[in-house]
Design a protein around this ligand. Structure first.
Ligand code: NAD
Length: 252
């Protein structure tokens, strides 16, 4: 079950954290993985990890917020079966202390970046007779995490984008879903703690872990397993849906 043999998969932000776990798992299931990364060294390291284990992967230095770079990269890749819009950045701030520059930076990566990839991928998916799009949103979109104004808004846009795309391409055999993790232990979280709580890293890590009803952060591999299911043929009846993966954060 959940095999992706010979599927061509694009994972944006596949050099780190959740995207990396997806790239590694998808390659293990037989996919040819294309990693789109701002950080080309991180992409190269993930490619090495996958190919050393006998899988197929290629890395591409590309900023998803730059439409020309995205179009050129997707043209180079050619056949696409699955697109994972996962690259994202965080920002701390409320409406009255988020600068225009920071607001635009978050939207340029988290929202415009996903749009750029859809713009480039959908013609290729249609040419290919269909495929799957999976977007990484966040529970921030549903609960509006404190001090994450621009970030929460950007992830809300990903929810709406998922519905819009699922509806528009229903009859092109393209399924589109999103996943909404709560805190997952990745460099994203470590970087956030290091930047904002220097000297109190262990204490804050513990506090953030305990703030989740289940008492710990998620693991990137747990998110990748959900992504694999949603991108597999076994999930063929699922489209236009958001899947929280949150240790009970929203419901408990
Ligand atoms: P991460 O920082 O570990 O990895 C993100 C990757 O995206 C990095 O390798 C980075 O280089 C790449 N990236 C950033 N901007 C880019 C750009 N403009 N073009 C191409 N690549 C770019 O983060 P993560 O924790 O794995 O998060 C992945 C996704 O999951 C993000 O969309 C994030 O918002 C979402 N998310 C994370 C958490 C969490 O707690 N970790 C929770 C909810 C949602």
């Amino acid at each position: 079950m959940f095999k992706l043999t010979n599927k061509s998969v694009i994972v944006t932000g596949g050099g780190s954290g959740i995207g990396k776990a997806m790239a590694v798992l998808f390659a293990q299931q037989g996919a040819e993985v294309h990693i789109i990364e701002l950080n080309d060294q991180a992409a190269a390291d993930t490619v090495t990890e996958i190919t050393t284990a006998g899988g197929k992967a290629t890395g591409y230095a590309c900023d998803v917020s730059n439409q020309q770079q995205v179009v050129d990269t997707f043209t180079k890749i050619g056949k696409i079966d699955i697109l994972i819009n996962n690259a994202g950045i965080a920002h701390i701030g409320r409406a009255d202390n988020t600068s225009t520059e920071d607001f635009e930076r978050v939207f340029n990566v988290n929202v415009k970046g996903a749009y750029n990839c859809l713009y480039a991928a959908i013609p290729a998916l249609k040419n290919n007779g269909g495929g799957v799009i999976l977007n990484t949103a966040s529970i921030a979109a549903s609960v509006g995490i404190t001090d994450r104004f621009a970030y929460s808004m950007s992830k809300g846009a990903i929810h709406a984008m998922t519905l819009s795309v699922a509806r528009d391409y229903l009859h092109d055999n393209i399924r589109c879903n999103c996943i909404s993790p709560a805190r997952v232990h990745t460099p994203f979280v470590d970087g956030f703690i290091a930047k904002n709580y220097a000297g109190r890293e262990d204490e804050i890590f513990e506090k953030l872990s305990k703030s989740q009803p289940i008492g710990r952060m998620g693991k990137p591999e747990e998110v990748a397993a959900l992504a694999l299911y949603l991108c597999s043929d076994e999930a063929g009846f699922i489209t236009g849906t958001d899947y929280p993966i949150d240790g009970g954060f929203i419901t408990l």
